[in-house]
Design a protein around this ligand. Structure first.
Ligand SMILES: *Cc1c(COP(=O)(O)O)cnc(C)c1O
Length: 404
């Protein structure tokens, strides 16, 4: 292990589920990342909406180091102080009465879907097992969650898939209404479809789903893995919409870069999962819980959340300016610091190329499908870094337009 690892090692040693960039980041501070060659990048990707407080945040380092001195892992045969503190924080700041901890967004959704099936079965019998989900939705990569996701290309090769999942068009309340019925145990939806292209739900769509779930005693699951923990300028996007779910999954930003996830619910539904009915070895691990507590403490403050909205305005005004000169986007959308720029028809399918050119210019960003550039930066990204990153992005767009 004395030789420097290189990008070639990825192809030699890693199962090729990803196609990472040609450079390898080695250090991150705030919203800046440095690669092996010492080149610096402004980070508008935020580790896919994870590094909500940027890289190497001082308070998170302190929480992690302090916990590392006392207790790393103990298992769920014992509770621990950090997890109890974190559960209380989440309950006191949301609709929830009870919390289940796990390690990833997929696991939080898996827990939610299992809880909903069990609640349906316990209260209405085995036939109440159907799940309604939406086209282009994304809920993770376990077999159950990838089947709930609305992109068949991610699931079809793994058949046979779990049965009883129906997909309907997102933001189409009439079709949802025709599909949700007596045998529906759950409806799972992202308040803003993230991977599917940064597409916000219409408020009346979520309100309508709420009413349909109430009518049929089905559980409304909000997948807030990407939209949660301050991303939209509220602690959770359901607060922006004023529609309360029965189950909510949260992950990504919750640990600010340390893996942790949670499924939140009310007392009414929490009892469906009894002792032994579900669990995970690492869920509620003290290290992860200590870091997540520090994340929440930092983010769940009115001034901090207002800062997210202010930064959005800074992004929007500059992105509109960039677009006025170049006419590359047909729409700039999202909420808070989850921003999607959809390429217009002349540039369809070029999001990946543009993001690669942007990295060459020194700014990291995400895509959401082939046609959408996505920004999910740290929620505390300095104003100066937004300016610098967007001017590098503009330079990348110019290179792209000149290459055509
Ligand atoms: C990322 C994501 C997931 C999956 O989370 P993992 O931690 O990768 O399992 C699920 N739902 C949404 C909305 C996501 O953005």
């Amino acid at each position: 292990m004395t030789q420097l690892a290189t990008r070639k090692d990825f192809d030699q040693y890693m199962i090729p589920t990803y196609s990472p960039a040609s450079f390898i980041p080695v250090k991150g501070i705030g919203s800046r990342v440095v690669d092996q060659q010492g080149k610096e990048y402004i980070d508008f990707a935020g580790g896919i909406a994870v590094n909500a407080l940027g890289h190497a945040n001082a308070k998170l380092k302190q929480a992690l180091n302090q916990q590392a001195e006392s207790l790393w892992h103990i298992g769920n045969g014992y509770s621990n102080e950090p997890v109890l503190n974190l559960a209380k924080q989440l309950v006191e700041s949301t609709f929830a009465d009870k919390v289940f901890f796990c390690n990833s967004g997929a696991e939080a959704n898996e827990a939610a879907l299992k809880l909903a099936r069990k609640y349906g079965n316990d209260h209405h019998g085995a036939a109440k097992n159907e799940i309604v989900a939406f086209n282009n939705g994304f809920h993770g990569r376990t077999l159950f969650t990838v089947s709930a996701g609305g992109q068949p290309k991610y699931s079809q090769d793994f058949a046979p898939l779990p049965a009883g999942i129906h997909h309907v068009a997102f933001n189409d309340l009439e079709t949802a209404k025709a599909t949700i019925g007596a045998n529906t145990c759950a409806v799972i939806v992202e308040p803003i479809q993230g991977e599917g292209g940064v597409i916000p739900a219409d408020p009346n769509f979520l309100q309508g789903l709420r009413a349909l779930c109430d009518e049929h005693d089905a559980l409304l699951i909000f997948d807030e893995v990407q939209t949660g923990v301050g991303r939209t300028g509220h602690l959770y996007a359901y607060m922006d919409y004023g529609v309360q779910p029965d189950l909510l999954s949260t992950a990504k930003a919750l640990g600010g870069g340390f893996p942790i996830a949670a499924m939140l619910t009310t007392d009414k539904f929490a009892g469906a999962l009894s002792v032994g009915s579900h669990g995970t070895t690492y869920g509620g691990n003290p290290l992860a819980a200590a870091v997540a507590s520090a994340v929440l403490q930092e983010i769940n403050q009115p001034d901090f959340l207002q800062g997210v909205k202010d930064r959005r305005q800074q992004y929007l005004s500059q992105l509109n300016e960039i677009n006025k000169k170049r006419q590359v986007f047909k729409e700039i959308r999202g909420l808070g610091l989850l921003i999607g720029c959809e390429l217009n028809d002349a540039h369809r399918g070029q999001a990946k190329l543009i993001s690669t050119l942007a990295a060459e210019q020194g700014v990291l960003m995400l895509i959401a499908g082939p046609d959408v550039i996505r920004f999910a930066p740290a929620l505390n990204i300095p104003e100066q870094d937004i300016d610098t990153g967007l001017s590098r992005f503009a330079a990348a767009l110019d290179l792209y337009l000149n290459k055509e």
